[in-house]
Design a binder for this molecule. Structure first.
Ligand code: ADP
Ligand code: MG
Length: 298
């Protein structure tokens, strides 16, 4: 077996029903002569004892592992076990851990000199210390700013704070596990979703929000529009992805006006809907091409 692509149990069930798994396997064999299996993360056991790290799938120990494993539903322990056993895991466990945490993301981006909105984290924890409101407004020189749950996704846990009541409510909701960020008003309701695969820029789309939502996530009703990207945007996306050594990366970029851009987030498990809608490229083919290219380098 050359590679596994691992999804969540519910996604695998949908893919079995739609016949997509067989199609992907056949496409891989017919077009690239590679053997790929598409499986659920749910059926694994992993064990460790002195000198032995083992992996079991559906109750049976796996003696011969694939060369590459792509995760589309992350499990840190399974990924780490595979890496320890010599498998090339994409994205790597470390890259995944770094990109999953929003504060870590902004720390890495800023440290590499990549443009990102000014971000603030309150070290002592802010569970009951809502009196920080004035200081946060002062830091941004604005009483409008963004508050994000540190581990959020799909726009669900991102808020535009405009008063102390909203600030207190959001902090209570996330028990202080959140960051504050400069509000990039010029990007209201839209951003650029870029795809960087194997370190290469492969496409981008504008995501436009539904109604008057400042967040442009498709999961919140936004839609994807064609985008004539320029080199500046492509370079920013590639730099952001490379800062984390991500193999599969969706970079969200905000418009700062005057042809200036800033990185809103790096996604290590990007959905491919925007890419498909604007360029016709299918996520499954993008992943198979990545496997084919990576096999050559191993
Ligand atoms: P998630 O992981 O939930 O997608 P993001 O940080 O990508 O979180 O934020 C979701 C959306 O909210 C972005 O796509 C963008 O439209 C908007 N957004 C996020 N941060 C800012 C910001 N600092 N200024 C303006 N809009 C923002
Ligand atoms: Mg996002």
């Amino acid at each position: 077996m050359d590679a596994w692509i691992i999804y969540s149990k519910s996604t695998i069930e949908k893919k079995i029903k739609s016949g997509e798994i067989e199609k992907t396997k056949k496409y891989a064999k017919d077009n690239f002569n590679i053997d790929v299996d598409v499986i659920s993360s749910h059926d694994f056991f992993i064990s460790c004892e002195k000198g032995f790290n083992k992996i079991y799938y559906k109750g049976k120990e796996i003696k011969v592992l694939p060369k590459i494993v792509i995760f589309r539903k992350y499990d840190i322990y399974l990924a780490r076990q595979l890496e320890l056993m010599g498998v090339k895991v994409m994205n790597s466990t470390q890259a995944m851990i770094d990109a999953r945490n929003k504060m870590k993301t902004y720390q890495v981006l800023a440290n590499k000199g990549i443009s990102t909105p000014k971000t603030l984290y309150i070290v002592s924890g802010i569970k009951k210390k809502c009196f920080y409101y004035d200081q946060v407004c002062k830091f941004f020189n604005n009483n409008k700013f963004i508050l994000k749950y540190t581990y959020g996704s799909q726009g669900k846990y991102v808020h535009l704070i405009t008063c102390e009541k909203e600030f207190n409510e959001a902090i209570k909701k996330y028990e202080g596990i959140c960051i504050f960020q400069e509000y990039i008003e010029s990007s209201f309701g839209k951003d650029i979703r870029c795809y960087v695969i194997g370190g290469k820029f492969i496409g981008a789309a504008i995501r436009q929000s539904a109604g008057d939502d400042f967040r442009s996530n498709l999961a919140r009703g936004g839609h994807a529009l064609k985008f004539d990207y320029n080199d500046k945007v492509a370079k920013l996306a590639v730099d952001a992805s490379n800062a984390f050594n991500l193999d599969i990366c969706g970079v969200d970029i905000l418009f700062k006006g005057n042809d200036e851009y800033t990185v809103c987030e790096v996604n290590a498990l990007p959905g491919f809907k925007s890419l498909r809608a604007t360029t016709g490229k299918r996520g499954s083919i993008v992943l198979l091409e990545l496997i084919k290219d990576t096999l050559k380098e191993l």
